[in-house]
Write a protein that binds this ligand. Structure first.
Ligand SMILES: C[S@@+](CC[C@H](N)C(=O)[O-])C[C@H]1O[C@@H](n2cnc3c(N)ncnc32)[C@H](O)[C@@H]1O
Length: 204
């Protein structure tokens, strides 16, 4: 499912101009890289193995914690936080770091899981335990993201973010369940109460 999410995330990121920098927080294996063009793509992760795989996708690895990123202020044209905020113990700290890295006018793009009972049912009860869309135990529901806090914290750091819910296309998911390996499109949905994306530009 991370592959499907990376493709959907990339659709929010315009092609980079020469010299443009994209900082990918919690880059994992660099799944975003094949979908974005025109950036010096820096991946931050604390997993050495993830960074090794990301490098194979052309990502420039930086080992570190997304709560204290070893990169200078305002170094990025685009900061991406894909499927990472629901893994950190300090949401406000992670948002502050993401916004610190972003240059004025730069774009913040994120996707994550909402702190709701519906999300716990769908992301853990169904996606992990029934459908096998994510490894069992990969999510700690206590870390799911409070959308109000997220928006408030982004705004406090000068980034007004708009959220929209997304879900897998049901027809694609059906086809995938018959024959794994086929890509599944993520499509907009009316609620941000489960899986959602966010995007916004920094003031200035
Ligand atoms: C669910 S994966 C998402 C990877 C990638 N963004 C994607 O969408 O394919 C979460 C990644 O965040 C990394 N991670 C989790 N907490 C982190 C932290 N505090 N600092 C740096 N990396 C972290 C993990 O090592 C893992 O690679």
């Amino acid at each position: 499912m991370l592959h499907w999410l990376a493709a959907a995330r990339a659709r929010l990121i315009p092609r980079g101009r020469p010299g443009a920098v994209l900082v990918d927080l919690g880059c994992g294996a660099g799944l975003l890289a094949p979908h974005v063009e025109g950036y010096h793509h820096i991946g931050v992760d604390f997993s050495q193995e993830a960074l090794r795989q990301a490098r194979e996708h052309g990502v420039h690895p930086v080992r570190g914690d997304v709560l204290a990123v070893p990169l200078p202020d305002e170094c990025a044209d685009v900061v991406v936080a894909g499927e990472i905020l629901e893994h950190v113990h300090d949401l406000r700290g992670a948002v502050a770091e993401a916004c610190r890295l972003l240059r004025p006018g730069g774009l913040l793009v994120l996707d994550t899981l909402a702190d709701t009972a519906l999300c716990r049912l769908v992301a853990i009860g169904i996606a992990e335990r029934v459908a096998g869309l994510a490894p069992r135990g990969v999510h700690d529901p206590a870390l799911f993201v409070d959308r109000g806090v997220l928006l408030e914290e982004c705004a406090r750091h000068g980034v007004r973010v708009a959220l929209r819910g997304i879900r897998p296309s049901l027809t694609d998911l059906l086809a995938w369940s018959v024959r794994r390996g086929r890509p599944v499109r993520m499509v907009p949905t009316s609620t941000t109460a489960v899986l959602f994306q966010g995007a916004g530009r920094k003031n200035g």
